[in-house]
Design a protein. Structure first.
Length: 240
């Protein structure tokens, strides 16, 4: 059985970190980019670069697009774009589930409906690439089981579209209901709504690394640097 263990107990997880980690365990980013072009009509390009995070060699995702950061899109528009794309059905289903998870959380927080809810931080091209790209990457590896560590989410406050919000952000915490979180005294956002949606959708089980025969290990880097730990998520692909 192909098993993926996602270790997000040190520095949480974000969508860009996830897609970067997938490239380190065998996913061809150019393949993902071609697939994404059938969903996202705006011009964009993807690349990666090697970075060192507290001594750990890892991969950072680079997205180039002319769209303004944090552009707004309605959930229904993103859903339609995925449904009408050329993605394979398993890729569509995974991507749709990830966005549905976020939409349900946002609708509850803002007292709205799935039909009316619109995304701020996760409505731009960059977030669509992170989420849909991770869905595509996941489906290319024929993974049968996903185990996630308890999730580090961070503390403090973060500036968002509506002003200063507590960390974890309301959408993140809503998505992570009934999922074990890991205590950390880090002041800052470690897990984002996109990362939370990826974990919520993919993980079958939460706990420590299971017994496994490790095949590949990948580190996806975040853009921030913290003083006490490497800002990476670790993907471990194995036969169990």
């Amino acid at each position: 059985m192909n098993t993926l263990f996602i270790d997000c107990g040190i520095s949480g997880i974000a969508g860009d970190m996830s897609l970067a980690a997938f490239t380190e365990i065998g996913v061809d980013l150019s393949f993902v980019e071609r697939k994404l072009q059938s969903v996202i009509k705006e011009e964009f390009s993807l690349s990666t670069k090697k970075v060192i995070k507290k001594g750990i060699s890892s991969t950072q995702l680079i997205i180039e697009t002319e769209e303004e950061k944090h552009s707004h899109r309605h959930y229904t528009h993103i859903k339609k774009a995925i449904e009408e794309s050329d993605l394979d059905m398993p890729e569509k289903e995974t991507a749709l589930k990830m966005f549905e998870v976020i939409a349900i959380a946002e609708a509850k927080i803002h007292n709205s409906t799935l039909e009316k809810v619109h995304f701020h931080e996760v409505g731009g091209v960059d977030s669509m690439i992170d989420i849909i790209g991770s869905a595509i990457a996941f489906q290319t590896l024929n993974i049968e089981k996903v185990v996630s560590s308890p999730i580090a989410v961070g503390n403090g406050y973060i500036k968002m579209a509506h002003g200063f919000y507590p960390v974890p952000a309301p959408a993140t915490l809503e998505i992570l209901k009934n999922i074990p979180l890991r205590y950390t005294d880090v002041q800052g956002e470690l897990t984002t709504p996109t990362g939370a949606a990826i974990i919520r959708t993919l993980a079958n089980k939460f706990g420590n690394m299971p017994s496994m025969k490790v095949q590949r290990v990948g580190y996806g880097a975040g853009t921030k640097d913290f003083t006490g730990h490497p800002n990476v998520v670790r993907f471990v692909l194995s036969e169990q």
